[in-house]
Ligand binder design. Sequence first.
Ligand SMILES: [Zn+2]
Length: 362
Amino acid sequence: MLHPIKLPTYNQNLDHILQFQQQFITFLCNSKTPCRPKDTDFEPAFKPETARWFYKWLQNQSPGKKPYYQLLCEILDHISTHPRLRTEIINAFQHDIDFANHLTDAKFSFSFRKFDKDTRRLLKLLLVPFYDDLLYAGFHTSIAAFNRKQFLKTFWDTNSHLKVCPACDGVGIEINRDNIRCHIDHFFPKASYPFFAIYAKNLVPICSLCNNSYKGEKDPLIHAYANPLIHTFHPFEKPALGEINIIITRGSKGEKSVRLEEKSGGRSKRIERLNFIFALEERWTGRLDIEIGKIRTKIEGYGRRHRHEYANNREIVERVLRDIEDDFGLLGKEHSYVLCRSYVQYALNNSDELEELVGLLP
Ligand SMILES: [Zn+2]
């Protein structure tokens, strides 16, 4: 993820939802839970009103057309035939949600991925609806008076400094008083990491283009690497913007393209991954001519109004470029400022490009 974003507290609502998920997992893994639990079997694990509401919710149909209750029975059967899963699932959940404390731990890997295919499938079928269904419909007030709309409002209230898509610096996010239009990305896709279906550090509002056309279900981690967490830009823990340079290059026919590099120089696995997920190089290269066009218009306009104040056209061009470069307050507020500023820095350091801009003025 590109822009730094702040992690909202959500008034502890997401913590309460996480506790509910933990209670649910404990319930699943408890040897006293029957494989066909009745409503009264839920009460020792949950508050009475939560137990009643949850039992009722489980009677709903899942998108796969089975009632959630039937999926619950399937996983209870599965766990009862593989009793070692009782402690393994509980431990895996505790272990995985602590990932942010292990970003530099070379031995860390997600426990969920080590489960067999059936266990992963069954856990996914029951945990993903916590997001797909319950966050939309709202949880019972005994858990958290909280839904998707409140999630978005809280996120954007906390991140009111940001007016662009955190992933691509583009438009596509609308934040009005009561109307917020954007998608919620699961940084670790919920289909592959269902423990994070509703987990504060995994949910990031981004634009629909980023979510639908680029990120989708792509995994930000390459598990073939030892500690893949090192090789990714986590949205809250390690945003990319302060760590990368956006380099503009010019081809033999004058065509320009965008390339991402580490601040320390060169290409890295995490930059490859960032680009794999959001295709920023390709998308920004596509946007570059439009942004350069705007800068050229700005230079021509400024030149017309202020020609008499400068000794020559080069000084005019440099003035306009320096003003854009110094207008750092626009970062995160005006879409494509990241790209614009990168081009400006390129033009100020490239005599051919600078001469071309100077040539715009009479
Ligand atoms: Zn975007």
